[in-house]
Design a protein around this ligand. Structure first.
Ligand code: AMP
Ligand code: GLY
Length: 419
């Protein structure tokens, strides 16, 4: 099979690395990819916002299957346009990607399908929003609608912070905006992944991410500074409840609406005293969660992704490694506000060659002289595998420490909640 993978991050390197191991794979293209994906296939320059260009490339290269990594092309309807052109593609339709693209959409669906989540109200009017905040009190959560890459959420500890967040989103000069105001939930967060073929959902594994930039979960939110899998907080009992109370009702509600969900459903969960509750959905693999899931997946990924698109997951079986995986994001100094790019990363091969370690590329670039340089915020994603999370952590950090990169930084406490 000739496959085109869309995306350029650590997630896509992990997907490319896993797809390359498939006996079904003949050729892999990655658009635009990164120096890591270039070791798994051929990187191609394609403007993925121009769907006609993607379709033309697929025809020219006889691509039988397209795998979409990030959310933006999904929300833009790339999978719909490929399907219309007769090209099989992994990922939800534009309508189904609303589960990630619109918080208000997801909240309404949860209400309709009785899915446990925080109580909420939506507002376009600033006065009404402020009155609601005053009536509810703090802590309270204010979210901008639409794709905000995790930055559009304020967990306000005080009424003043909440009112300020309302002002930021709906105040003067912000036209046509909408916000969701939510009850604040308490508990431990976890990520849960399932493949969904429109009607059947198959659980993948759980993971935990570290969203804050600094040790001890302080500082601004990022795309994720590290992750591990499995997440001990997601016990088999909790996993069964997540499937029964959250994932399956969502799949049924989407099918009932005539917009069946096909792809990977990524539930951000709060494990509360009364059970799992949904914080949000993403409609793609998490980054860096994918970099711990792929090394733990023993089954061939390619037939699983194909079965997802073909509506054949009911017959699928998944085999997972008993080992734990832990990944550390090596980011460019200044991330997330203003990452400094261009610095040279040294001793990279030494880390890659270590036993039980895989180094995934995210924002890297090969300079003309062959040096590997930083080219983004999250630059390298270093995964260790071991019998326990603690062993996986030791391997990941040994590899991180072997890399010589004065231009980068990382959190030193990935996995602390599990240890
Ligand atoms: P989101 O973009 O919806 O995932 O929110 C980003 C982060 O805000 C989450 O990972 C949580 O840490 C926090 N958060 C979002 N909604 C809530 C909520 N209702 N209660 C408590 N924390 C929340
Ligand atoms: N790591 C969180 C995300 O991919 O959205």
């Amino acid at each position: 099979m000739r496959v085109l993978l869309i995306g350029s991050g650590g997630r896509e390197h992990a997907l490319a690395w896993k797809l390359k191991q498939s006996p079904l794979l003949e050729t892999l293209f990655i658009a635009p990819g990164n120096p890591g994906t270039a070791q798994c296939g051929t990187n191609v320059v394609l403007d993925v916002t121009r769907h006609s260009d993607v379709i033309a490339f697929c025809r020219q290269e006889h691509i039988g299957f397209v795998v979409v990594g990030p959310e933006a092309p999904l929300v833009a309807g790339l999978v719909d346009d490929l399907a219309e052109a007769g090209i099989k593609a992994f990922g939800p339709s534009k309508a189904a990607a609303q589960l990630e693209g619109s918080k208000a959409f997801t909240k309404e669906l949860c209400f309709e399908a009785h899915i446990p989540t925080a109580a909420y109200a939506r507002f376009t009017d600033i006065a009404a929003a402020k009155a609601y905040v005053m009536a509810q009190g703090a802590p309270i959560v204010i979210k901008a609608d639409g794709l905000a890459a995790g930055k559009g959420v304020v967990v306000a500890e005080t009424i003043e912070q909440a009112l300020e967040a309302v002002e930021d989103n709906l105040g003067q000069g912000v036209a046509g905006a909408e916000i969701v105001i939510e009850e604040c939930m308490f508990g431990e967060e976890a990520s849960f992944f399932a493949l969904v073929d429109g009607s059947t959902a198959v659980a993948l594994a759980s993971a935990q991410d570290h969203k804050r930039v600094g040790d001890g979960d302080i500082g601004p939110n990022t795309g994720g500074m590290g992750a591990y899998s499995p997440a001990p907080v997601v016990t088999p009992e909790i996993a069964a409840r997540v499937m029964a109370e959250i994932i399956n009702p969502t799949v049924q509600a989407m099918a009932k609406r005539g917009t069946p969900f096909k792809g990977v459903l990524f539930a951000g969960l709060m494990i509360t005293d009364t059970g799992p509750k949904l914080i949000e959905y993403n409609t793609r693999f998490g980054d860096p969660e994918c970099e711990v899931l792929m090394p733990r997946l023993k089954s061939d990924l390619l037939p699983l992704l194909l079965a997802t698109v073909d509506g054949k997951l009911a017959a699928a079986t998944l085999d997972w490694s008993d080992e734990a995986a832990l990944t550390v994001v090596y980011a460019a100094k200044g991330y997330p506000a203003k990452p400094e790019t261009g610095s040279v990363i040294g001793s990279f091969e030494k880390a890659s060659a270590m036993n039980g370690v895989t180094v995934f590329h995210a924002g890297t670039k090969l300079r003309e002289d062959g040096a590997l340089i930083a080219n983004g915020g999250r630059v390298l994603v270093v995964t260790g595998m071991g019998g326990t999370i603690s062993e996986a952590k030791a391997k990941a950090y040994a590899a991180v420490e072997a890399i010589e990169w004065p231009g980068g930084f990382y959190r030193s406490d990935i996995g602390f909640r599990a240890l």
